[in-house]
Ligand binder design. Structure first.
Ligand code: PMP
Length: 383
């Protein structure tokens, strides 16, 4: 690839158009998208109300600096936090949201230690990478931000590492890049309780799990968890780069004027898109996602789970990991699915990851199950 850093291993086709859950490549081949652009276009492509909101804002003003009042930010923030006592800092990505969370946690508590988890993913800038528990991704980039410790995800032992010296614990409710690993509900609640008891902030990274993906606005709302800080991005504006750090209002004073900021954060185009997204993600929409997910999981368990090549299925709602046995490479399955007009993702540990747009229909989900099943069955035979 000319003039482009080779940071991504790319597939040999280019997506040139999207509509609903369908993407079209430069050869005219159509794909059923089960990736949402890695959990971003959760409401599909070319989505009319979002497109109209961005177009209307394009005719007004694209960008203003954060030096002026922003009703648009307040509107998006109030949809994000509802009537909770929380404030929002808008930025441009999940990475930036986690950077802000790290800085806020340190400044608000006056402490520096952070506990993160093995196989977590929080981003690739120095703060967020330092909190990421993946040695392969970190290789060659050290030294990292000091005072960040790691514990085993889902391990009862991790609780002993939550002590008052910590500023914060950061975790994903389901580790997306880490292999679609579900946090055990009892363990998550025990971590949250221990944080409260030890006066340690709890940061939940909802960059991949949020914005309706698990049938709730945020995945932590499926459990009895009360995070001090939540980070979001990806699906928040359905493809316009927007990140958000949401913190309890009692922490907000630590971020006075001048302590943190970013030029593009929360700009009018971004907020127009985020507001349109959040208006769609109402309770009825989320209820429909839960119903769709029940239907999907029924067929995943019936058709995919029993296959010889499948170790198990994890995830929640419309976030799914199909764990493949080592006899088959997930990359081969993905390529074969491409050829059959279905886009999927991989994750750690030979996992086939599905993040379909939340607007996908039952019959499209059923088609996906059948094609994936056929592919897995034929791959065994073909080997
Ligand atoms: N946190 C999680 C849980 C993620 O999955 C990702 C991206 N895959 C990030 C943070 C980083 O987000 P971004 O790429 O928007 O910076």
């Amino acid at each position: 690839m000319k003039h482009i850093f080779p940071t991504y291993k790319r597939f040999p086709f280019e997506i040139v158009k999207g509509n609903g859950v369908t993407l079209t490549d430069n050869n005219g081949q159509q794909y059923l998208d089960l990736t949402s652009g890695i959990g971003v276009c959760n409401l599909g492509y070319n989505t009319t109300p979002i497109k109209n909101a961005v177009k209307a804002q394009l005719d007004k003003v694209w960008h203003t600096s954060n030096l002026y009042n922003s009703e648009l930010q307040e509107k998006a923030a109030s949809l994000l936090v509802k009537d909770e006592d929380k404030d929002v800092y808008f930025c441009n990505s999940g990475t930036e949201a986690n950077e802000a969370a790290l800085k806020l946690a340190r400044k608000a508590t006056g402490k520096s230690s952070i506990l993160a988890f093995d196989h977590s993913f929080h981003g690739r800038s120095y703060g967020s990478l330092s909190m990421t528990g993946n040695e392969k991704i970190k290789e060659g980039f050290g030294p990292f931000v000091p005072d960040i410790k790691f514990a085993e995800y889902n391990a009862p032992d991790a609780l002993t590492q939550i002590t008052p010296e910590l500023a914060a614990v950061i975790l994903e409710v389901i580790q997306g890049e880490g292999g679609v690993v579900n946090g055990d509900p009892d363990w998550l609640e025990a971590v949250a309780a221990k944080c409260k008891e030890q006066k340690v902030l709890l940061i939940i990274d909802e960059v991949q799990t949020g914005m309706g993906r698990t049938g709730k606005l945020f995945a932590y709302q499926n459990y009895n968890l009360d995070p001090d800080i939540v980070t979001s991005a990806k699906g928040l504006a359905n493809g316009i780069p927007v990140g958000a750090m949401i913190g309890k209002t009692e922490l907000a004073a630590a971020f006075g004027p001048g302590s943190h900021g970013t030029t593009f954060g929360g700009n009018p185009l971004a907020m127009a898109s985020a507001t349109a997204v959040l208006n769609i993600l109402n309770d009825d929409f989320l209820e429909a996602v839960q119903q769709k997910a029940l239907f999907f999981w029924h067929y995943l368990e019936k058709e995919i789970q029993p296959l010889e090549l499948v170790n198990g299925i994890s995830g929640k709602g419309l976030m799914v990991g199909i764990h493949l046995k080592s006899d088959i490479e997930v990359g081969k399955v993905i390529t074969s699915l491409h050829k059959q007009g279905i886009l999927t993702l991989s994750s750690r540990d030979n996992t086939l990851r599905l993040l379909p747009p939340l607007i996908i229909t039952g019959s499209e989900l059923l088609r996906a199950v059948h094609v994936i099943k056929e592919t897995l069955v034929n791959t065994v035979i073909g080997q």
